[in-house]
Design a binder for this molecule. Structure first.
Ligand SMILES: Cc1cc2nc3c(=O)[nH]c(=O)nc-3n(C[C@H](O)[C@H](O)[C@H](O)COP(=O)(O)OP(=O)(O)OC[C@H]3O[C@@H](n4cnc5c(N)ncnc54)[C@H](O)[C@@H]3O)c2cc1C
Ligand code: FES
Length: 319
């Protein structure tokens, strides 16, 4: 048996078992979510930097790699290994839940206040760790430095540990920890080029897309912007009034919500077919897709088949 030394305690690890699985098997409530190297919730740190295999650091930012951070769900060291949790580490900030507002039957808007709001990039995602040590990823839905808080949109999931914790308005004024930001979905146009943008997502996949649109206009984006938001039913389309306001302020912005079953409020259409109607000048269009993995993959595929280069398709799937 191999050994893992975690915060000074020794645990036996089975061959081919990840460090995360080993800690969970021993009853440690180590923060985690996807267990597939995607959400980065299971981050840990080691002093034995030379023992880290590059695959354990997946898409971690360079700054964290250099400091010896890695993902415990991917780490299967070939020898005994020592690690520490990232609690109170360089990459964590304390935030306070300033406001909780239910936006529809299952989506909550969360506002977090914290120091250094300018490091939180609109559209990227953060790790939120609550007082029960549950860690989940949420996309930034606004421009934090401009608005004075970080806004998140959280879908309430049946039996979900974090989404139900955040649904409870008694959490207002509670302290949480946040980490990040991470991810590929953000507006990046350092040379002020002119191009069109098509953004598509279902459910709370809307959150990063709204942030990217706000960020684009804040940086004087030239070119058309089209937002598609899909849902099963009319009541899944939330935030419509706020988005219509954004469209009023910016003539080049077009908002196109659609649902699979309508009672008359929104048009009936499947979002992966609807996106094709907006992909006209494919050589000059960037595409952003976010939300549940299955639909995100379908939207990416639709954009690629329509002729958008994979280098111009940006997405963070909610796994
Ligand atoms: C990069 C990234 C960004 C994300 N951004 C957002 C965001 O902006 N807004 C947001 O709402 N979520 C987002 N998520 C998903 C989020 O991290 C959580 O997975 C989600 O909130 C469920 O957590 P929970 O603790 O409530 O449920 P858990 O306790 O993790 O799960 C409880 C049960 O619900 C199931 N379940 C989990 N998620 C879903 C789901 N989405 N739909 C249906 N069933 C589910 C699980 O399989 C399990 O059976 C993102 C995920 C990633 C990886
Ligand atoms: S639990 Fe390890 S990356 Fe998600």
């Amino acid at each position: 048996m191999l050994q893992v030394e975690y915060n000074g305690e020794i645990y036996e690890r089975k061959k081919d078992e990840s460090i995360l699985s080993c800690l969970i098997r021993h009853g440690i409530e180590y923060p985690h979510s996807c267990q597939a190297g995607i959400c980065q919730a299971c981050l840990a740190k080691t002093k034995e930097k030379e023992s880290i295999e590059s695959s354990w650091q997946a898409e971690l930012p360079h700054t964290l790699r250099a400091q010896g951070y890695f993902l415990t769900c991917l780490a299967k060291p070939k020898a005994n290994f020592q690690l520490s949790s990232v609690e109170d580490a360089e990459c964590d900030s304390v935030a306070v839940v300033q406001d909780i507002k239910h936006l529809n039957h299952n989506v909550t808007q969360i506002k977090l206040v914290t120091d250094n709001l300018n490091i939180w990039v609109p559209g990227q995602y953060i790790h939120l760790i609550n007082s029960e040590n549950v860690c989940r990823s949420y996309s930034i839905a606004n421009i934090p430095f401009q608005e004075g808080y970080i806004e998140l949109h959280v879908k309430r999931v049946l039996g979900g540990a974090m989404s139900n914790w955040l649904w409870d308005e008694n959490r207002i004024n509670t302290a949480v920890r946040i980490r990040g930001p991470f991810g590929k979905c953000y507006y990046n146009n350092p040379n002020n080029n002119s191009f069109d943008i098509v953004l598509a997502g279902t459910g709370t996949g809307l959150a990063p897309l709204v942030a990217i649109i706000k960020s684009a206009y804040e940086q004087n984006h030239q070119g058309k912007i089209t937002l598609l938001h899909g849902g099963l039913n009319d009541n899944d389309i939330y935030y419509a009034d706020e988005i219509r306001e954004l469209a009023k302020e910016n003539g080049s912005f077009h908002y196109d919500p659609c649902v699979l079953n309508s009672s008359g409020q929104f048009p009936v259409a499947s979002i992966e077919k609807r996106i094709l109607q907006h992909l006209n000048d494919v050589k000059n269009t960037q595409v952003y897709v976010c939300g549940p993995k299955e639909i995100t993959n379908k939207l990416k595929r639709a954009a690629f088949i329509a002729g958008v280069s994979s280098t111009k398709i940006f997405s963070d799937a909610f796994v």
